[in-house]
Design a protein around this ligand. Structure first.
Ligand code: NAD
Ligand code: ZN
Length: 359
């Protein structure tokens, strides 16, 4: 069976393009009566970003707390807040300004506005039944590709499961990429999130589930990541634009990752570690599975002056190592994508534990 693949409908790219967001939203307001819902990362709580946005009195602004990455509980909470404000109406648009956490929160809440139940009911593939309201993504941090991907990732603490709502309905309808918005990102964060694109794409092209379009996008995104992270300053103006485009392409190429993301998900679930840095720890102990990329990644870190802390699993007890193993090995699709259906013969419990111990 072939899959009918969807891409993001519209995109606008360019320095200063945020000034045109009002025109994009005005087109929606002209045909849809409802208010607009703005999701802003809490780093913008001082109001400086909101002041530049086409927010009207009848709209609603939600500040998303990204201290922790989205959970089924946090998404349900924001959804309840938005539903109370809307009082049965539907919004003309939902707009998200932030990194993957804010974009994913917006995507998941949107699904829950038109589908009954709670966030955890939709963790998986093709579970969302009804189209979500119209959504616009404005990334302020590049790398996850959430702006173009068909998933919104949430951690389910009760089930020890990090899994997204994978659906065409989860995708944004419009993306606006303004590289000026990433100038304020702290350097470490910029690296850890940015390198997520590189990881998604090399995991994709080194896997067995492939297609030519996805390969082309992934190769281009990897080239851009190399240009950015092997340059003298990854945050130079032209590099912030390149990374934004790499993330955009990478999100379209995402779908099947490999071994990095499952181990990273384990770290996120058990140690509450953020996605980008967790990926880096994961790749740091996968030199046998991804030798070329492992070496290249070390060069990139060195070039950008990024030092990954060591000993992150020191002092964990057996139950915690077991939880790390379980939250990693559960991701059968990506693991078999790289290692084949017998991936458990390679990633035995002892093998996985020793990798975590080396981080
Ligand atoms: P994030 O959204 O969690 O943000 C990280 C930090 O950067 C936060 O402290 C935030 O306040 C700050 N920040 C964001 N923009 C800023 C700016 N312009 N200036 C200063 N600070 C800024 O980080 P992320 O790495 O983008 O997202 C991680 C989440 O994305 C995880 O939950 C991960 O699972 C998810 N993810 C989603 C997809 C997808 O396809 N949907 C893919 C990969 C990862
Ligand atoms: Zn990722």
């Amino acid at each position: 069976m072939y899959r009918n693949a969807k891409n993001v409908g519209y995109y606008m790219i360019g320095k200063g393009s945020l000034a045109q967001l009002g025109d994009l939203l005005a087109a929606r307001r002209a045909t849809e009566k409802g208010p607009a819902i703005f999701f802003l990362d809490h780093v913008f709580k001082d109001g400086s970003l909101a002041a530049r946005l086409p927010v009207e009195d009848r709209d609603y602004v939600v500040y998303v707390d990204t201290t922790e990455e989205p959970t089924t509980v946090s998404v349900d909470g924001y959804c309840a807040q938005v539903k109370e404000f809307l009082a049965g109406a539907l919004p003309c648009a939902l707009l998200a300004f932030g990194g993957g956490s804010t974009l994913d929160t917006c995507k998941c809440v949107a699904n829950l506005l038109t589908n009954p139940g709670r966030a955890e009911d939709y963790q998986g593939w093709e579970l969302v039944q009804h189209p979500a309201p119209y959504k616009i993504a404005v990334p302020t941090l590049s790398g996850t590709g959430s702006e173009t991907s068909r998933t919104g990732i949430v951690c389910n603490e009760a089930k020890n499961l990090k899994l997204g709502m994978n659906s065409d309905f989860t995708m944004f309808d419009q993306v606006l990429l303004d590289p000026e918005l990433t100038a304020s990102v702290p350097r470490q964060q910029y690296f850890y999130t940015g390198i997520d694109t590189y990881m998604h794409c090399f995991e994709s092209i080194t896997g067995s589930y492939r297609n030519v379009v996805v390969d082309a996008l992934a190769h281009k995104a990897i080239d851009l990541c190399k240009e950015v992270f092997l340059s003298a300053d990854m945050m130079a103006d032209e590099n912030r634009e390149k990374l934004m485009i790499a993330s955009f392409l990478g999100g379209m190429a995402a779908g099947f990752v490999g071994v990095v993301h499952p181990l990273s998900a384990g770290l996120s679930m058990v140690l509450h570690m953020h996605h980008g840095v967790a990926n880096c720890h994961a790749l740091s102990v996968l030199e046998d599975i991804y030798p070329e990329q492992h070496a290249e990644f070390l060069t990139m870190m060195d070039r950008q002056g990024i030092v990954l802390p060591k000993g992150i699993c020191q002092g964990l007890d057996d139950a915690q190592f077991q939880a790390l193993y379980e939250a990693s090995i559960v991701h059968e699709k990506p693991l078999s994508n790289r290692l084949g259906p017998n991936f458990r013969n390679i990633l035995t419990k002892e093998n996985v534990r020793s990798r975590f111990e080396r981080m």
